[in-house]
Design a protein around this ligand. Structure first.
Ligand SMILES: C[S@@+](CC[C@H](N)C(=O)[O-])C[C@H]1O[C@@H](n2cnc3c(N)ncnc32)[C@H](O)[C@@H]1O
Length: 279
């Protein structure tokens, strides 16, 4: 039994996979059972209230109720965070409901500082060339929505991060000596192009309607910069953040209300172990 847990809420199931812990239950209840100040990095993508077809969760509620619920969840998330922790919150609106992410951020102002605002670019056209994938929309008003937000929230706004852990090589190498840089790496900036891989079937997306690419939580964990961090995802879905925690040498804690998604996440972690042992 994980000694850091006070008492498991009723109707919650807990599974251990390697150094990771997965919960099937309501995140608000599970979060309340977690101890204070232990989490280093939170990476999560909550339901966006856009009517997606999740198994258990109904993704269409009154907007005020949704925002109240998110505020309650974020309050509990904050309680679990170490003082120098990072909370990476991935969310987007839709073309017809564009305000939601911004309304949410305004609600969270009393809890967090917005230390960085990262734009996750899923698809981009440069000149005549196009890279990455997006969900096309039919419209004579709106452009395709090719990006989402990653809000980097901290308690103080003053948390040191490792920018070069997600850095990129200088394009102009003469800058390295001229500006006295120690290595051929510069800050990537706050626009991250992280494409989805091309898939032919839903199963390749873990039968989940809204998973993010594993590189997204990996980059967040690296940017936070703590070795062997404890990583929390209160809306774990198919377990992508836990896979990222595993690959970055961390310990993951994931929660999802849906038994099928928790099962997918467990299986993903198990096959990640098997392939790392086979390598
Ligand atoms: C956007 S998805 C997360 C996807 C995840 N990032 C991935 O890569 O698979 C949001 C998840 O929140 C879960 N969820 C909804 N309400 C919840 C609750 N009260 N407690 C825990 N999980 C919940 C849904 O089942 C869904 O899997």
């Amino acid at each position: 039994m994980d000694q850091s847990i006070k008492r498991l809420p009723a109707r919650t199931l807990r599974y251990g996979v390697g150094r990771h812990t997965l919960y099937r239950g309501d995140c608000l209840k599970v979060l309340r059972s977690l101890p204070e100040g232990q989490i280093d990095v939170v990476v999560t993508s909550p339901p966006y209230n856009l009517g997606l077809n999740y198994g258990t969760y109904q993704d269409q509620r009154d907007e005020g109720d949704y925002l109240d619920w998110m505020l309650a969840c974020a309050t509990e998330v904050r309680r679990t965070m170490a003082p120098d922790a990072s909370f990476f919150l991935n969310i987007t609106g839709s073309s017809s409901r564009p305000w939601l992410p911004f309304e949410l951020m305004v609600r969270l102002r009393g809890l967090f500082q917005l230390q960085n605002h990262i734009t996750w670019v899923k698809s981009i056209s440069v000149g005549e060339d196009s890279l990455g994938h997006f969900k096309p929309i039919r419209s004579d008003r709106f452009l395709h929505r090719n990006h989402e937000h990653i809000f980097h929230l901290t308690q103080t706004g003053n948390v040191a991060i490792k920018r070069l852990a997600v850095g990129v090589p200088y394009k102009d190498k003469s800058n390295i000596a001229r500006r006295n840089h120690q290595q051929d790496l510069r800050c990537r900036g706050d626009t991250w192009f992280i494409p989805y891989s091309t898939v032919q079937a839903r199963a390749q997306k873990f039968n989940h309607p809204a998973s993010f690419p594993v590189m997204l939580p990996r980059m967040c964990i690296r940017l936070h910069g703590k070795a062997a961090p404890t990583v929390l995802d209160p809306f774990m879905g198919s377990g992508t953040s836990l896979i990222a925690a595993e690959e970055e040498g961390g310990r993951g804690i994931g929660i999802d209300v849906d038994a099928a998604y928790v099962s997918v996440a467990r299986n993903r972690l198990l096959s990640s172990f098997r392939s790392s042992q086979a390598a």
